[in-house]
Write a protein that binds this ligand. Structure first.
Ligand code: ADP
Length: 324
């Protein structure tokens, strides 16, 4: 392989730049040409790219976002779109691709690599941590740290006014961010999609909290939570049922995707992307790289994307014990 392409796709995550840098530098180290495509699959289809060398990625390891931009591509979901992308790669001379993104990006890569003889390797970059083939995705650790520092600030104002705050965090259908940031920020309750504890239990717990003399309460709610109520409806429900609580809502939103990546995410991105380039040069293809028990691993897309990437429910128990 003489030329490797790289792109970032789907939802952006802090650490994607560290990942791009590692791909470009590993290519330079192994004397392989590196092409960066803009806006994920859409840039592949349109032939929108830049030639990257070791110097094109200077000073980006610390920057949030992605210098290659990210996008969702409707065209790539069609056979015609994927054909255009394959034709562009042939024309430009790109022989293999490193795809940095989440499960959607990997599904697209898997289909593409079945249709065309172009090796691809997926690198998990998403704040949601919802990919089975790795213990950690790039961006997750930074997002957790952003969330706990936001909740710490909310706690200050909550306790000054004896208020109850519902804080909604991201995570799509997975509760990783909610559960871990909830424990890390000392939340009184954590609502996640994987476990519906029920509204009665929530009320009981908040009553207990009040009786025990707490001056504030924080309930962390995952955006995909299964109580059947969104965070505003939850707040209304609690206000109706526990009138002596003064309830407020904060939706953290897109700030969770931004910011300078943590050391953990930079190191993870560096390790995963050097491995991705090395695997391609060794003739490996159509796998995702990940970190499992602190080893860098390669897993087939099928296994890497399987359902049931479990959250650690032990953390719910820990949270229960510690929020008494
Ligand atoms: P993420 O990678 O963060 O999960 P998306 O789900 O939006 O984000 O996926 C990113 C892109 O991957 C999509 O915009 C689309 O171009 C491509 N993609 C996702 N699913 C498929 C699919 N089933 N077939 C082809 N391409 C897909």
């Amino acid at each position: 392989i003489r030329t490797i392409g790289v792109m970032t796709s789907g939802g952006d995550a802090p650490g994607m730049n560290a990942a791009i840098r590692a791909v470009a530098r590993a290519c330079a180290y192994y004397n392989v040409k590196c092409i960066g495509f803009y806006r994920g699959y859409q840039g592949m289809i349109e032939g929108d790219y830049t030639v990257m060398n070791a110097r094109s990625v200077r000073n980006i390891i610390s920057r949030g976002g992605t210098i290659l931009k990210s996008a969702r591509s409707v065209d790539f979901k069609t056979p015609e779109g994927r054909k255009k992308a394959a034709d562009q790669l042939k024309e430009i001379g790109v022989e293999a691709m490193v795809l940095i993104g989440g499960d959607g990006t990997f599904r697209g890569g898997q289909i593409f690599s079945e249709e065309y003889d172009i090796p691809v390797i997926g690198v998990p970059g998403t704040i949601d941590n919802d990919i089975a083939g790795t213990n950690y995705t790039i961006g997750y650790d930074t997002a957790l740290n952003t969330v706990i520092s936001a909740i710490d600030k909310i706690r200050d104002t909550a306790s000054s006014h004896n208020r109850l705050f519902f804080v909604e965090v991201m995570g799509r259908d997975a509760g990783f961010i909610a559960l871990n940031s909830g424990v890390g920020a000392g939340a009184e309750e954590i609502l996640i999609p994987e476990e519906d504890l029920g509204l009665d239990r929530l009320l009981e717990s908040l009553k207990r909290s009040k009786r025990s003399g707490k001056s504030s309460s924080i309930v962390v709610v995952s955006e995909g939570d299964k109580t059947g109520k969104n965070v505003y409806e939850l707040a209304d429900y609690v206000t109706e049922n526990l009138p002596d609580y003064e309830v407020r809502v904060t939706v953290l939103g897109h700030m969770q995707r931004g910011g300078s990546p943590s050391c953990f995410d930079r190191t993870l991105a560096s390790r995963l992307c050097v491995k991705a380039v090395e695997l391609l040069l060794d003739g490996e293809k159509n796998v995702m790289v990940g970190i499992i028990n602190n080893e860098i691993t390669a897993t087939s897309f099928d296994d890497g994307l399987r359902e049931g990437h479990e959250i650690n429910k032990e953390l719910l128990r820990i949270s229960d014990i510690l929020s008494t």
